[in-house]
Write a protein that binds this ligand. Sequence first.
Ligand code: UDP
Length: 449
Amino acid sequence: MGSTSSPCHVAVLAFPFGTHAAPLYSLASALASTVDDSGVIFSFFTSTRSASSLPPVPRIKIFSVSDGTPPGHVAVHEPPHLEVGRFMSKVPTNFTDALDASVTDSGGIDVTCLISDAFLSFGGAIAKKLNVPWVAVWTGGPCSLSAHIHTDLLRRKNLSDEDDLGFITGLSGLRIKDLPDGVVVGDLTQGFPKLLHDMALALPDADVVVSNTFQGLDPDLDSDFGSKFKMYYPVGPLSLLNPVQAVSEDRFGCIKWLEQQKPHSVVYVSFGTVVSLPGTELAELAHGLVSSGVHFIWSLKDSFREFLPDGFLDRTKDQGIVAAWVPQAEVLAHKSTGAFVTHCGWNSVLESITGGVPLVCRPVLGDQPVNARVVTKVWKVGVGFEGKGIESGELVKCLRKVIRGEEGEGMRERMRRLKEMALGAVGVEGNSVRNLKAVMEMVVGKSGR
Ligand code: UDP
């Protein structure tokens, strides 16, 4: 973009939990990289804790907002709704105070566009008050977004757990029981159900809705959202559009170790940054890995090691690596990785697609069951467990199917096609790249530039 007259100040409001801030920061970085003058500045608002994992990016200044954590509070294995509740008790004042601070810091450049995580639907009201456009960013998968915007419809119908959602465009193959808590039942006046319902009501007013996916992955939803929102742009996978990647730590030497393994022979295990499986299930998983004999990399926080069976680490030191943090995207992109045991967080699903790796799904909460259902029954690029949790014998069967079996070959082939679509979207003239440019025009254009 060329030189500009009056300065633009793009404010980006992050939801500072789970892996929400990272894709939003990738979007801000990708947008900032399209600007070649100093007349556009970006202010990024998130909690101090979430900011600590974001790399510095030219033209983006990070401002800290309170997440409500009392000084000295140490949370080990704390349920996610407690910390989110503390944070929600501080909004929107924590953000509006920080917005004021960013204007002062910039020497008085008023905010000219507000981008927020779609979860923070009060972003719409702030933007209205400032008389600037509101860009809402959905960082999860398209199917769960559709479920949220159809909450009222789903509640009006008297549906049971096994009912198929084929009556909603793009959701055929999903069942009521796959939906996130709070969509079909639950009190819409508080907690997460309220946050998501408020979002569903607010999104049609957003000037643009941006989503971390790529055109063609869920084609029916692309057109449905196109008709429901003023403007809808899939711009993913955002991690691939971001020109400034965080340097992934590989303290445990995962990549070097993968170099010594056979193609598609290794299973990578991770359940993301939020959920914790019960200790008994972690022990089942450990037993299953040993019985399968499959080489593995397991991302497991140190505080969960106590659940591993006695002697597990010793017995498996030639079979695998247990690491507190793994450079996941790189591991999934490595040719030796053949399966991913996952909770099906959306970033993990996208990274598996861009790595071309079939999934073994153990969803826990939120949008994870929807994502798992899409992976196993719609795209058919993964398998799940019959019961709710992981059982060692079943894990062995799943790994046999995915890594060695004919079924796994089919999944890998279908994954290869999804991967090509994803890489095409972020390549030269790809649709995500085009959509990103359109978002940038909107971000600087409507604000008088
Ligand atoms: N991740 C990682 N190394 C780990 C564990 C997780 O890099 O050892 C990253 C992973 O690549 C992904 C994110 O953490 O980008 C997890 O995001 P996801 O949406 O799958 O789950 P969430 O953390 O939100 O539950």
